[in-house]
Design a protein around this ligand. Structure first.
Ligand code: GTA
Length: 329
């Protein structure tokens, strides 16, 4: 098997320098056969970058806006973590190029076998202007929203413009990702679907991320929850944790289970993350632990109806200007 893998690796390198240069430059004059082959095997072939929305050398990712077949698209490229179970193959099956050596210190460029050098790639196409703005690096501001602000400012805003939740309905109706479902409770009142979040490539447990999507379609966010929803929330916590233990052998004490406020998608869903993983959006300004939510509702059924909630908004988010207009920031 090892030899087979190496052969593939070397076959890749047999590409001529000219072919490689053409491919890398996305040269429109590159030969048509090559183009057709590449376009069918690679749906991103011909993507034209308009702008890099954000990138991070530390997180090793890049968010790119561009055109894919004349449609606006956002592509997220992300280098994936190194897995312990691949170390043997990395050490024995890679090419090494020495960068420098000094006394007991040396650095190398290591080229692992191609299958260990994958990049997680997320594509949003066609992307709306709202998607482009969502991923653009921007200044954020903390807003404090009273229950009354929610009803007079936030609710009308999210009713008039928020991301489509079609992808959520596709999951609930088994029109998409059906094979990825980890657990389902089909009850229409307290039931939910638990599946991997699309940010998690499921290759390692360090960044475990699942979402529980409720079957009910009448709960937009934390703000809609009352004590009447306690059976739903406790059911999600209990069965979600049990299923994760069964499937991934990760105990409840190694999980953080939370809701976002504001979420991006206004159909109630709950995040299950590895405790040690700093997922985007798990900070105190954005995340509400499910166990706290349950206790708050047990103490006061109207807690999320009346309490002030803080959350960050990006500079160009329409909701921020609504709060500014109301002189709330
Ligand atoms: N299984 O089709 C889907 C799908 N979609 C469209 C979204 N999600 C999906 N999961 C499946 N299939 O965790 C997931 C999202 C998110 C959750 C919605 O549903 O990955 P939310 O409503 O609370 O919204 O959660 P949230 O967390 O604000 O949205 P999101 O998209 O996670 O963005 C928050 C920040 O995370 C972004 O600003 C960005 O910094 C970062 N981010 C987003 N996507 C990626 C990515 N692919 N890679 C790295 N970072 C990302």
């Amino acid at each position: 098997a090892e030899t087979g893998k190496r052969e593939v690796d070397f076959a890749d390198r047999n590409e001529t320098d000219t072919a490689k240069a053409k491919r890398l430059k996305n040269d429109p004059n590159s030969d048509q056969d090559n183009h057709n082959e590449s376009a069918s095997a690679n749906p991103l072939f011909g993507f034209k970058t308009t702008t890099v929305l954000r990138d991070s050398a530390r997180e090793k990712n890049m968010f790119i806006h561009g055109k894919l077949n004349d449609q606006d698209a956002v592509i997220i490229l992300e280098k994936t973590p190194i897995r312990e179970d691949t170390l043997l193959e990395i050490f024995n099956g890679s090419r090494l190029k020495l960068d420098m050596r000094n006394d007991i210190y040396s650095t190398y460029q290591l080229q692992p076998p191609a299958h260990l050098n994958e990049m997680k790639t997320t594509v949003v196409c066609p992307a709306t202007e709202k998607h482009v703005k969502k991923y653009l690096r921007q200044e954020t501001y903390l807003v404090q929203e009273t229950g009354e602000d929610y009803r007079s400012i936030t609710l009308p805003y999210i009713q008039s413009q928020s991301f489509s939740v079609q992808w959520v309905y596709n999951i609930l109706e088994k029109k998409a990702e059906a094979e990825r479902i980890v657990y389902e409770d089909p009850d229409q009142d307290v039931g939910f679907v638990l599946l991997p979040d699309f940010k998690w490539d499921q290759k390692q447990l360090d960044d475990l991320h699942l979402i529980a999507i409720v079957h009910r379609r009448d709960i937009k966010s934390l703000r809609d929850l009352t004590a009447l929803h306690l059976p739903l929330l406790t059911n999600i916590r209990k069965k979600g944790e049990e299923s994760i233990l069964k499937r991934y052998a990760v105990a409840a004490s190694k999980l953080k289970v939370y809701l976002h406020y504001q979420p991006s998608y206004y159909h109630l869903h709950i995040h299950f993350n590895a405790l040690s993983y700093e997922a985007p959006g798990c900070g105190v300004e954005h995340a509400h632990l499910l166990s706290d939510v349950i206790q708050n509702l047990q103490a006061d059924s109207q807690y999320y109806h009346s309490r002030s909630l803080s959350f960050p908004l990006r500079a160009d988010q329409g909701l921020l200007s609504k709060f500014k207009d109301a002189e709330k920031t």
